[in-house]
Design a protein around this ligand. Structure first.
Ligand code: GLC
Length: 440
């Protein structure tokens, strides 16, 4: 018994010693300048490293790195490490929710989809950036993204680049067969049917139909351009004849008019961009980033691509979903001032211009749409100005992602023919009504 007690106390003493050695080792590791951990969090000597998380930047990552290098040289003592997340907005959202919920300090600055800011701000995950904008400076930005980053008069992010759904078309083929840019969906179908009949290896019209956020963006453009909507004064208005007609048309593009290949039901932005970019499609719905890639040397569609507003149903106006990315500061960051400096730098006119010229991300600052260098390189920017100004936001509410989680499988089921558009919309209506607390 005595022996047993001695063994226990020896083990405990040994354990305490081991613990003491471990604590000392960790302490040494944390304080010795230049050790691996120290370099990551604070840099050698008095350097601070800011970690910037963002989705994959289109095109060559070196061009973006050059911008960050410029920030570092203008701000001695600050380093930026940028870390890329998966391309899909839904996966990025998941990453942030898990990490910010846990108060993570793994990143200081984050790039946010326009639809997340109200949710993240309400959860208390974002630093207040109102003092980053000078008096009246919010008027320099497009109104849609500015509204999405403002809550109760405070700014929780700064718009970085803007997106809106647009129609890409093959200029050369429309000219060859004597067609003009379609203004209605009906025109688009007729044009695509005729040209693909004569060019059998060409897809008529491709877009993003996988069950994900991009499908909601696509579906809303048909719904809005047919006079429909999702919410009206905060109440769901999903199960209407206009919406059903719009969703039915999406399926008919595949099964009735046969100008859209079934592969779109699993496609996100990049696969459709690749297909169009290799010359395999006449029309494509996508965000504006693709154009700069198409115009690169060696591209199969260089000089042959046009960009126009999306068509509409007869009697209604073209509608484009507002997208885009905003820069925010993690409220749990240990380096709030340095993080804000990076946000200010990246959202500045000079950085937005550099990013527009190098990777084709469209500025959120309106004045850049008159910039001679940009207009020379991307002449269609002038016509996009109107599209961005009028682009329609998805419902701006902290509950948006929950609404989208309801809409995604319903739209997808209608597209696959598993449900009629009416059934899918009725089910979505009930679920959204429930979510928003309105009883049937
Ligand atoms: C683009 C848009 C974003 C949208 C996403 C959908 O990244 O900028 O707002 O949610 O596409 O895939």
């Amino acid at each position: 018994m005595q022996d047993e007690q001695n063994r226990v106390s020896r083990r405990t003493a040994g354990g305490t010693q081991t613990l003491a050695v471990l604590i000392t080792a960790v302490f040494v590791l944390l304080t010795v300048p230049g050790c691996a951990f120290d370099r990551e969090q604070h840099g050698p000597s008095d350097e601070t490293t800011i970690i910037f998380k963002h989705g994959k930047i289109a095109g060559d990552p070196a061009t973006f790195r050059r911008l960050l290098d410029r920030f570092e040289s203008e701000n001695p003592g600050l380093r930026v490490r940028d870390e890329t997340l998966p391309a899909s907005t839904d996966e990025q959202h998941q990453y942030y929710v898990i990490n910010l919920e846990g108060g993570s300090t793994d990143f200081d600055v984050l790039s946010m989809d326009v639809i997340w800011v109200p949710e993240f701000a309400r959860a208390g995950w974002l630093g207040d950036l109102s003092d980053l904008l000078g008096p009246g400076e919010e008027n320099a930005f497009f109104p849609g993204p500015m509204r999405a980053v403002t809550m109760s008069g405070r700014n929780y992010a700064i718009p970085w680049y803007i997106d809106a759904g647009v129609l890409y078309y093959r200029k050369d083929l429309l000219e060859k067969y004597g067609f003009s840019i379609p203004l209605t969906w009906e025109d688009l179908v007729a044009t695509a049917q005729e040209i693909t009949r004569r060019e059998p290896n060409l897809y008529g019209f491709i877009w993003q139909g996988k069950q994900y956020e991009g499908l909601v963006c696509n579906a809303l453009e048909y719904i809005w351009s047919n006079g429909g909507d999702v919410l009206e004064e905060g109440r769901p208005v999903l199960n209407t004849a206009r919406n059903a007609e719009a969703v039915r048309f999406m399926r008919e593009l595949i099964v009735k008019y046969r100008i859209t290949p079934p592969l779109v039901t699993t496609a996100i932005e990049e696969p459709t961009r690749h297909l169009f970019g290799s010359g395999r499609a006449l029309f494509m719905r996508n965000w504006p980033y693709a154009w700069s890639i198409f115009e690169k040397e060696g591209s199969a569609v260089r000089g042959k691509t046009g960009v126009a507003p999306l068509p509409s149903f007869p009697g209604y106006r073209t509608a484009s979903t507002l997208g885009g990315w905003q820069l925010g500061v993690n409220r749990f960051t240990k380096h709030p001032e340095a993080a804000k400096k990076l946000v200010r730098f990246l959202a500045s006119p000079a950085s937005q211009k550099a990013l527009a010229l190098s990777v084709g991300y469209k500025p959120t600052r309106k004045a850049l749409y008159k910039d001679p260098d940009l207009l020379r390189q991307q002449p269609f920017m002038t016509s996009l100005y109107g599209v961005f100004l009028q682009a329609r936001p998805r419902p701006v509410t902290p509950y948006y992602m929950m609404i989208s989680q309801i809409l995604q499988p319903e739209f997808s089921a209608a597209l696959a023919g598993i449900k009629t558009p009416e059934d899918a919309l009725a089910s979505a209506q009930n679920q959204v009504r429930h979510l928003l607390g309105e009883r049937p």
